[in-house]
Design a protein around this ligand. Structure first.
Ligand SMILES: Cc1cc2nc3c(=O)[nH]c(=O)nc-3n(C[C@H](O)[C@H](O)[C@H](O)COP(=O)(O)O)c2cc1C
Length: 211
């Protein structure tokens, strides 16, 4: 089994990476494979609502969003990490997740369905819980079980050395990883035992309009 961890920071090996690494190393100890996917520092356009994903099954902007969509089907769980930028998720991870989740759904992939996920947030000081709420919303609209820890998943620091001193934050990452591993093993055992996926319904889109 494999968990993909997304680093939504402009820093390849900064604070968010340090938190994700704590999660990844703990998952590895639980015999879960991991890969850290960095969104990079190239400009990441937001969703332009061109709707081409409906036809082509991926995003019309061929950048790291499509690279990520290609590896999503082989992953069993996801961690999306972001630094706090102005009390919210980074612009890059917001553009990235808008386009990943929209293209996945409208492109007919639905490769996140019932796969567990969690958000990991890094900040110098404030805006962590608002950012945590923001990222969790992608999971709850995508039928993804959210894995929790013993605190909201955050670390504090302006540089990786600070994060390494945030002992409670790092423990929160390890507990999160073990809970993710446990869930994945239970899901695998349930599937092997023949527990079927839930019955699904066609989507109903009323847009609040009633005639
Ligand atoms: C544009 C920008 C805005 C930021 N806004 C906040 C903020 O609102 N609250 C905060 O605590 N830290 C803020 N920070 C600091 C980062 O969130 C913090 O240093 C984080 O741990 C950096 O993670 P990274 O090394 O993975 O990029 C901001 C940093 C940048 C570059």
């Amino acid at each position: 089994m494999k968990v993909l961890l997304v680093n939504g920071s402009p820093h390849k090996k900064g604070c968010t990476f340090t938190a994700l690494t704590e999660v990844a190393e703990t998952l590895n100890k639980e015999e879960i494979d991991t890969e850290i996917f960095w969104v990079g520092t190239k400009p990441l356009v937001g969703c332009t609502a061109c709707m081409k994903c409906i036809e082509i099954g991926c995003c019309s902007f061929n950048d790291c969003v499509n690279d990520f969509l290609d590896i999503v089907p082989d992953a069993d769980g996801f961690i999306f990490g972001s630094p706090v930028h102005y009390a919210a998720a980074s612009g890059a991870i917001t553009s990235f997740m808008d386009r990943v989740f929209y293209a996945d759904l409208l492109g007919g992939r639905q490769s996140f369905y019932l796969k567990p996920a969690a958000a990991v947030i890094s900040a110098r000081r404030a805006g962590t819980t608002a950012t945590f709420d923001q990222i969790n919303k992608y999971f709850t609209i995508s039928e993804m079980p959210i894995i929790s820890s013993r605190y909201w998943n955050m670390v504090h620091g302006a540089k990786p050395e600070d994060v390494k001193k945030d002992l409670e934050g790092l423990q929160t990452m390890r507990v999160l990883a073990r809970n993710m591993a446990w869930f994945l093993k239970c899901k695998e055992a349930g599937t092997k035992a023949g527990v079927p996926f839930p019955a699904r319904e066609e989507g109903i889109f009323t847009n609040f309009i009633r005639e």
